[in-house]
Design a protein around this ligand. Sequence first.
Ligand code: BEZ
Length: 282
Amino acid sequence: MRALETQPSAELGCLKYLTNPHYCVKLTKSSMFWDPNLYDTKHSFVWERGAELIDLLAPAAGERILDLGCGTGHLTAKIAAFDSETIGIDSSPAMIAEASRNYPALHFEVADARDFWFDRPFDAIFSNAALHWITEPERVVESVHEALKPGGRFVAEFGGKGNVQALVQAFYDSLQLLGRASTEVKNPWYFPGIAEYSSLLESHGFEVVFATLFDRPTPLDQGQEGMRNWITMFAGAFCAAIPPERRDAFVRRVEQLLQPSLFRDGGWYVDYRRLRIVARKI
Ligand code: BEZ
């Protein structure tokens, strides 16, 4: 397969840099904030919640299946357990290194979802909690289409229209309160509705056979610290717009704004909304 070189981009800081400069390695856009350890220890819900999607995929023995945006490989391994020939790809070298350590018998590759290519087509392409990170969805859909056999299925779940709406609003409000223009940070995520994403698939040679958009408020671990950890892991684009010495104030402001709606019974919830979709290549 061809794994594309990633484009170096501006270094992005992260919150823990405030207290421990060794915590953050230099980051490029493609690997931004992907600390596999933080991902697996404090945000395991990302892949644990994805297990339901495997039921929808219904892997069969002998099928060739691609896990697109495989992270640390836990769902890839669950799919492979159906005796399918499963490959995991992710744009983050750190995630792929961890996936290979976790599951040395499986095949993982660093690759870009917008431009990947394999010499043999797949029966199915699976993707959990990855596609909202890619703001060029047409390129992803084109690559997926090209990589599937005719009749092959694309089974994906990611953030849908309205996902993390309260959080995004709190990020922009807090930026403004700290004197930054909201135009300074472009929303880094892609959260389409059913109609938008189905149209995209249909215009690229797919037939959509199932689509649903549903709220999935998700509890975070670590009590009071949960939101701070989530921001550290996932909201680097917003943190990077704030000078390091003001990031802690930024996060505290976000927490204050969200407390009434997203903190209950001693813990934080994230206002996730999932788009779950199954399409077939025509
Ligand atoms: C999500 O899984 O919906 C998500 C994760 C991180 C940032 C934004 C959305």
